[in-house]
Design a protein. Structure first.
Length: 246
Protein backbone atom coordinates (compact mmCIF):
# COMPACT_ATOMS: atom_id res chain seq x y z
CA UNK A 1 0.00 0.00 0.00
CA UNK A 2 1.03 3.63 -0.54
CA UNK A 3 0.16 6.37 1.95
CA UNK A 4 0.09 9.80 0.32
CA UNK A 5 -0.99 11.83 3.36
CA UNK A 6 0.77 11.49 6.71
CA UNK A 7 2.12 14.02 9.19
CA UNK A 8 5.29 12.21 10.27
CA UNK A 9 7.99 14.91 10.37
CA UNK A 10 8.74 15.66 14.04
CA UNK A 11 8.28 19.14 15.49
CA UNK A 12 7.00 20.60 12.22
CA UNK A 13 3.24 20.87 12.76
CA UNK A 14 0.60 18.97 14.75
CA UNK A 15 2.28 15.68 13.92
CA UNK A 16 4.76 13.86 16.20
CA UNK A 17 6.61 15.95 18.75
CA UNK A 18 9.75 13.83 18.83
CA UNK A 19 11.97 11.99 16.40
CA UNK A 20 11.37 8.81 18.41
CA UNK A 21 7.61 9.05 17.80
CA UNK A 22 8.19 9.78 14.12
CA UNK A 23 10.40 6.71 13.79
CA UNK A 24 7.78 4.62 15.60
CA UNK A 25 5.18 5.84 13.12
CA UNK A 26 7.11 4.91 9.99
CA UNK A 27 7.99 1.50 11.43
CA UNK A 28 4.31 0.98 12.27
CA UNK A 29 3.37 1.88 8.70
CA UNK A 30 5.82 -0.63 7.25
CA UNK A 31 4.58 -3.40 9.55
CA UNK A 32 1.00 -2.61 8.45
CA UNK A 33 1.96 -3.12 4.80
CA UNK A 34 2.81 0.39 3.60
CA UNK A 35 5.71 0.41 1.16
CA UNK A 36 5.78 4.14 0.34
CA UNK A 37 4.86 6.94 2.75
CA UNK A 38 4.70 10.60 1.77
CA UNK A 39 5.35 13.05 4.61
CA UNK A 40 2.85 15.87 4.23
CA UNK A 41 3.40 18.66 6.77
CA UNK A 42 0.95 21.53 6.77
CA UNK A 43 1.88 24.48 4.55
CA UNK A 44 0.24 27.91 4.43
CA UNK A 45 -1.63 27.02 7.62
CA UNK A 46 -2.20 29.84 10.12
CA UNK A 47 -0.31 27.94 12.83
CA UNK A 48 2.17 26.08 10.64
CA UNK A 49 3.07 28.05 7.50
CA UNK A 50 6.25 25.97 6.91
CA UNK A 51 7.63 28.30 4.27
CA UNK A 52 11.18 26.95 4.52
CA UNK A 53 11.23 24.09 2.03
CA UNK A 54 14.89 23.29 2.77
CA UNK A 55 14.03 22.77 6.44
CA UNK A 56 11.35 20.25 5.49
CA UNK A 57 13.78 18.44 3.21
CA UNK A 58 16.37 18.23 6.00
CA UNK A 59 13.73 16.89 8.41
CA UNK A 60 12.86 14.15 5.94
CA UNK A 61 16.52 13.17 5.53
CA UNK A 62 16.91 13.03 9.31
CA UNK A 63 13.84 10.80 9.60
CA UNK A 64 15.10 8.48 6.86
CA UNK A 65 18.44 8.08 8.59
CA UNK A 66 16.90 7.50 12.02
CA UNK A 67 14.32 5.01 10.75
CA UNK A 68 16.86 2.89 8.86
CA UNK A 69 16.02 -0.13 6.75
CA UNK A 70 12.79 -0.92 8.62
CA UNK A 71 11.11 2.18 7.19
CA UNK A 72 9.02 2.30 4.03
CA UNK A 73 10.28 4.49 1.22
CA UNK A 74 9.85 8.06 2.46
CA UNK A 75 9.00 10.96 0.15
CA UNK A 76 8.16 14.61 0.76
CA UNK A 77 4.94 16.46 0.05
CA UNK A 78 2.72 18.91 1.89
CA UNK A 79 -0.89 19.54 2.86
CA UNK A 80 -1.42 22.99 1.39
CA UNK A 81 -4.07 25.29 2.85
CA UNK A 82 -6.30 26.90 0.23
CA UNK A 83 -7.07 30.63 0.28
CA UNK A 84 -7.43 33.47 -2.21
CA UNK A 85 -3.65 33.96 -2.47
CA UNK A 86 -2.82 30.37 -3.32
CA UNK A 87 -2.70 30.82 -7.09
CA UNK A 88 0.04 33.45 -6.77
CA UNK A 89 2.20 30.93 -4.96
CA UNK A 90 1.31 28.17 -7.42
CA UNK A 91 2.70 30.40 -10.17
CA UNK A 92 6.13 30.13 -8.51
CA UNK A 93 6.24 26.35 -8.81
CA UNK A 94 8.40 24.33 -9.23
CA UNK A 95 10.48 26.83 -7.21
CA UNK A 96 9.20 28.58 -4.10
CA UNK A 97 8.09 27.04 -0.79
CA UNK A 98 5.19 24.81 -1.89
CA UNK A 99 5.85 21.08 -2.04
CA UNK A 100 3.93 18.86 -4.48
CA UNK A 101 3.50 15.19 -3.60
CA UNK A 102 6.74 13.25 -4.15
CA UNK A 103 7.96 15.68 -6.79
CA UNK A 104 4.88 15.13 -8.96
CA UNK A 105 2.30 17.50 -10.47
CA UNK A 106 -0.16 16.55 -7.72
CA UNK A 107 -0.99 19.05 -4.96
CA UNK A 108 -2.63 17.90 -1.74
CA UNK A 109 -5.05 20.63 -0.67
CA UNK A 110 -6.72 21.44 2.64
CA UNK A 111 -9.88 23.52 2.28
CA UNK A 112 -11.12 26.21 4.62
CA UNK A 113 -14.15 25.32 6.80
CA UNK A 114 -16.68 26.75 4.37
CA UNK A 115 -15.24 28.14 1.13
CA UNK A 116 -17.35 29.62 -1.61
CA UNK A 117 -18.21 26.84 -4.05
CA UNK A 118 -17.77 29.13 -7.06
CA UNK A 119 -14.29 30.12 -5.88
CA UNK A 120 -13.40 26.47 -5.34
CA UNK A 121 -14.53 25.56 -8.85
CA UNK A 122 -12.51 28.45 -10.27
CA UNK A 123 -9.42 27.38 -8.32
CA UNK A 124 -9.74 23.80 -9.54
CA UNK A 125 -10.07 25.00 -13.12
CA UNK A 126 -7.04 27.28 -12.89
CA UNK A 127 -4.88 24.55 -11.36
CA UNK A 128 -5.84 22.03 -14.00
CA UNK A 129 -5.27 24.48 -16.86
CA UNK A 130 -1.84 25.26 -15.42
CA UNK A 131 -0.99 21.56 -15.41
CA UNK A 132 -1.35 20.88 -11.68
CA UNK A 133 -3.53 18.02 -10.44
CA UNK A 134 -5.39 18.89 -7.22
CA UNK A 135 -6.25 16.35 -4.54
CA UNK A 136 -8.65 17.38 -1.78
CA UNK A 137 -7.41 15.67 1.38
CA UNK A 138 -9.84 14.05 3.85
CA UNK A 139 -12.74 15.17 1.65
CA UNK A 140 -15.31 13.28 3.74
CA UNK A 141 -14.43 15.19 6.92
CA UNK A 142 -15.54 18.68 5.86
CA UNK A 143 -18.98 19.18 7.42
CA UNK A 144 -20.12 21.47 4.61
CA UNK A 145 -19.23 18.84 1.99
CA UNK A 146 -20.67 15.96 4.02
CA UNK A 147 -23.92 17.93 4.30
CA UNK A 148 -24.05 18.61 0.55
CA UNK A 149 -22.29 15.67 -1.11
CA UNK A 150 -23.43 16.85 -4.54
CA UNK A 151 -20.55 19.35 -4.25
CA UNK A 152 -18.16 16.40 -4.10
CA UNK A 153 -19.64 14.95 -7.27
CA UNK A 154 -19.20 18.31 -8.99
CA UNK A 155 -15.58 18.63 -7.89
CA UNK A 156 -14.86 15.11 -9.07
CA UNK A 157 -16.41 15.81 -12.44
CA UNK A 158 -14.17 18.89 -12.78
CA UNK A 159 -11.12 16.64 -12.45
CA UNK A 160 -10.32 17.08 -8.76
CA UNK A 161 -9.09 13.94 -7.01
CA UNK A 162 -10.82 13.13 -3.71
CA UNK A 163 -8.97 11.42 -0.86
CA UNK A 164 -10.67 9.58 2.02
CA UNK A 165 -9.09 9.07 5.44
CA UNK A 166 -8.74 5.37 6.28
CA UNK A 167 -10.03 5.82 9.86
CA UNK A 168 -13.24 7.37 8.55
CA UNK A 169 -14.17 4.03 7.00
CA UNK A 170 -14.34 2.41 10.45
CA UNK A 171 -16.08 5.37 12.10
CA UNK A 172 -12.99 6.84 13.71
CA UNK A 173 -14.03 10.39 12.79
CA UNK A 174 -17.71 9.99 13.56
CA UNK A 175 -20.80 8.83 11.75
CA UNK A 176 -21.09 11.84 9.45
CA UNK A 177 -17.60 11.37 8.02
CA UNK A 178 -18.16 7.62 7.73
CA UNK A 179 -21.45 8.14 5.88
CA UNK A 180 -19.84 10.63 3.52
CA UNK A 181 -16.97 8.22 2.80
CA UNK A 182 -19.50 5.50 2.05
CA UNK A 183 -21.40 7.89 -0.23
CA UNK A 184 -18.19 8.63 -2.13
CA UNK A 185 -17.47 4.94 -2.58
CA UNK A 186 -21.03 4.13 -3.61
CA UNK A 187 -20.97 6.89 -6.22
CA UNK A 188 -17.48 6.08 -7.50
CA UNK A 189 -15.97 9.45 -6.63
CA UNK A 190 -13.32 8.30 -4.15
CA UNK A 191 -9.91 8.29 -5.82
CA UNK A 192 -7.49 7.57 -2.98
CA UNK A 193 -7.38 6.47 0.65
CA UNK A 194 -4.62 7.69 2.98
CA UNK A 195 -4.00 7.65 6.73
CA UNK A 196 -3.67 11.39 7.52
CA UNK A 197 -1.63 10.10 10.46
CA UNK A 198 -0.49 12.48 13.19
CA UNK A 199 0.91 10.29 15.97
CA UNK A 200 1.56 6.65 16.89
CA UNK A 201 -1.43 6.34 19.21
CA UNK A 202 -4.65 8.21 18.40
CA UNK A 203 -4.04 8.77 14.67
CA UNK A 204 -1.53 6.14 13.56
CA UNK A 205 -0.33 5.56 9.97
CA UNK A 206 -2.45 2.45 9.41
CA UNK A 207 -4.22 1.55 6.19
CA UNK A 208 -4.86 -2.21 6.33
CA UNK A 209 -8.17 -2.04 8.24
CA UNK A 210 -9.54 0.54 5.82
CA UNK A 211 -8.42 -1.61 2.91
CA UNK A 212 -10.14 -4.64 4.45
CA UNK A 213 -13.41 -2.69 4.79
CA UNK A 214 -13.30 -1.50 1.18
CA UNK A 215 -12.46 -4.98 -0.12
CA UNK A 216 -15.28 -6.60 1.86
CA UNK A 217 -17.97 -4.12 0.77
CA UNK A 218 -16.86 -2.88 -2.64
CA UNK A 219 -14.50 -5.61 -3.82
CA UNK A 220 -10.79 -6.33 -4.05
CA UNK A 221 -10.46 -4.52 -7.38
CA UNK A 222 -11.70 -1.26 -5.83
CA UNK A 223 -9.46 -1.72 -2.78
CA UNK A 224 -6.38 -2.27 -4.94
CA UNK A 225 -7.15 0.85 -6.95
CA UNK A 226 -7.65 3.11 -3.91
CA UNK A 227 -4.75 1.88 -1.78
CA UNK A 228 -2.17 0.83 -4.35
CA UNK A 229 -2.77 1.57 -8.01
CA UNK A 230 -3.97 5.19 -7.92
CA UNK A 231 -1.42 6.24 -5.27
CA UNK A 232 1.28 4.68 -7.45
CA UNK A 233 0.09 6.86 -10.35
CA UNK A 234 0.64 9.90 -8.11
CA UNK A 235 4.15 8.77 -7.15
CA UNK A 236 4.97 8.16 -10.81
CA UNK A 237 3.43 11.51 -11.85
CA UNK A 238 0.81 9.94 -14.09
CA UNK A 239 -2.87 10.96 -14.40
CA UNK A 240 -5.19 8.86 -12.28
CA UNK A 241 -8.22 9.40 -14.51
CA UNK A 242 -7.31 9.39 -18.18
CA UNK A 243 -6.04 12.70 -19.47
CA UNK A 244 -7.60 14.76 -16.65
CA UNK A 245 -9.90 17.73 -17.12
CA UNK A 246 -8.36 20.80 -18.71
Amino acid sequence: MIDLHAHVLPGIDDGPNSLADAVAMVHMAREDGTTVLVATPHQRHAQWPNEDRALLERALVELREAAGERAPRLELGAEITVDSDLLREIDRLPTGPLVPLAGSRYLLLELSPGPDQEELRALAHELLVAGWWPIVGHAERYPWLAAEPAHLIELHELGVQLQITAMSLSGGFGRRAQACAEFMLEHGIADLVASDAHDPHDRPPLLSEGRRIVASRWGETRAARLFEESPLMVIENLPIRGTMAQ
